[in-house]
Design a protein around this ligand. Structure first.
Ligand code: FAD
Length: 436
């Protein structure tokens, strides 16, 4: 007979949402043995965004211990012992391969059976592979993706190995592509970024914001090739990549290739058992799914966006943390016959690379108004953008801001004040937010 264990609560996925959900369970009151976190990864939950930041900076060379959750919010870090002290079963290196939501049963890759009363799905996202977007020979050596700690460790090793003659090509011009390119460059690799869009982080940045970051990267020596895609690779006799072939006929020398071509939510275990929307698992404002006693958090959840209406799925750490807390609070309140307010999320994204750091709050819709100094050659560039829809400021981006200024732009994005005209907003710049 297969070994069977029963828990009051099971979280599938030991990532950002899983870690922060455990924290909230502990805050709300948890008895030893009530909660299990089952994670495919071999390590306790950590702040995944650090994989492309401090964690691959060979000079900083931080240990995993520095980035365990809840490092991202400045609360006490959850070292492996934390889970033991709280009586939480942290079951790592274990993949759930079957989930039967009707009988509340999970089966792991080592054949064990886990029963639960309440399930929290926190399976996150998986990277889209180059082969899935039609790139040939995508299984050659020294092509890297970043998602798990091992990915960063492997890339760091390659970076050390090739540091004398490192030629890196980064495929993809999104958040990850930009952060990875800067990390490689900061570690003395020659770097070329390749992406099909007309500018970097095209889905989110305006052309003006992008021109600053592209100019800054160029000044640092990163080469950017736009409007074409990688189609395949050449290798040496050891099967290691030597060249990236581009659709426009060019080839780029490379001994390291990093792909950041998008991600998709990990929902396959639950297909046909739970309602889905926009590629994720549909939830209400408490992260409750269509199946009783089943919640979905973080990257996999498509939830009602109270501020803007409609349903959204958000692949960012802040939502992973906050959705986890909301779900656990809702679970605990329901047990006491109480309710809590609906999730009222203000979107918040951030990124850091080289000496740059930006934050964004709100919605990037409507007309955009640039303010400040976005000259990439400035010694201390500081600029931002407001998004204005129907005469109201709905989103604010700021590069180089202070903590106080970040609080101010968050407040504006939440309050959505009316503006007289876009010209006035442009003239007032950041002071519009800080005086608010
Ligand atoms: P994850 O943190 O991805 O965790 C999912 C967990 O579920 C993993 O442990 C996985 O192994 C596990 N799992 C999946 N399937 C199973 C299964 N069947 N059985 C057991 N375990 C399973 N966001 C930002 O806001 N800012 C950033 O700067 C930023 N940088 C990023 C850099 C990188 C390299 C990456 C990959 C992401 C970055 N993000 C950033 C996004 C952010 O990390 C995610 O939004 C966040 O991690 C989502 O949390 P999650 O818990 O939903 O998923």
């Amino acid at each position: 007979m297969a070994e069977e264990k029963s828990y009051k609560y099971v979280i599938i996925g030991g990532g950002v949402a899983g870690g922060y959900a455990a924290r909230e369970f502990s805050n709300q009151g948890l008895k030893p043995g009530e909660l299990a976190i089952i994670s495919k990864e071999p390590v306790p939950p950590f702040e995944r965004p650090e994989l492309t930041k401090a964690y691959i900076d060979l000079e900083v060379n931080p240990t995993l211990a520095k980035i365990y959750v809840c490092a991202g919010t400045g609360e006490a870090k959850q070292y492996p012992n934390w889970y033991k002290e709280k009586g939480i079963d942290l079951i790592v290196s274990t993949e759930i391969v079957k989930a039967d939501l009707a009988s509340k049963t999970l089966v792991s890759d080592d054949g064990k059976i886990y029963k639960y009363q309440t399930l929290l799905i926190a399976t996150g996202s998986t990277n889209i592979r180059l082969s899935e977007i039609g790139v040939q020979e995508a299984d050659v050596k020294n092509i890297f993706y970043l998602r798990e700690i091992e990915d960063s460790d492997e890339l760091s090793l390659a970076m050390e190995l090739y540091v004398q003659r490192g030629k890196a090509v980064v495929i993809g011009g999104g958040f990850l592509g930009l952060e990875i390119s800067s990390a490689l460059r900061a570690n003395n690799h020659e770097v070329t970024m390749v992406f099909p869009e007309p500018w970097i982080i095209h889905r989110f940045f305006t052309a003006e914001i992008a021109s600053f970051y592209e100019g800054y990267c160029a000044n640092k020596g990163i080469k950017i090739i736009k409007g074409t895609v990688a189609t395949g690779f050449s290798t040496n006799s050891d099967g290691e990549v030597t060249e990236v072939k581009l659709e426009d006929g060019r080839t780029l020398e490379a001994n390291i290739v990093v792909a950041g071509v998008g991600a998709r939510p990990v929902t396959s275990l639950f297909k046909g058992q739970v309602e889905e929307e926009k590629g994720g698992i549909k939830t209400d404002g408490f992260f409750k799914t269509s199946v009783p006693d089943v919640y979905a958090l973080g990257d996999v959840a498509t939830f009602p966006m109270k501020m803007y209406g409609g349903m959204r799925r958000v692949e960012h750490a802040d939502n992973a943390r906050k959705s986890a807390a909301q779900a656990v609070k809702a679970i605990k309140a329901a047990e006491e016959g109480k309710t809590i307010p609906d999730y009222d999320y203000l979107p918040y994204f951030y990124s850091r690379f080289f000496n740059l750091s930006w934050e964004f709050y709100g919605d990037n819709v409507g007309e955009s108004v640039l303010f400040g100094d976005n000259d990439p050659k400035s010694p201390k560039p500081k600029f931002g953008t407001y998004w204005v829809k129907d005469g109201k400021v709905v989103g604010v981006f700021l590069e180089g801001g202070t903590q106080e200024e970040h609080k101010a732009i968050a407040k504006v994005a939440r309050a959505q004040p009316s503006v007289e005209s876009l010209d006035v907003l442009s003239e007032e710049g950041l002071s519009f937010a800080t005086k608010f």
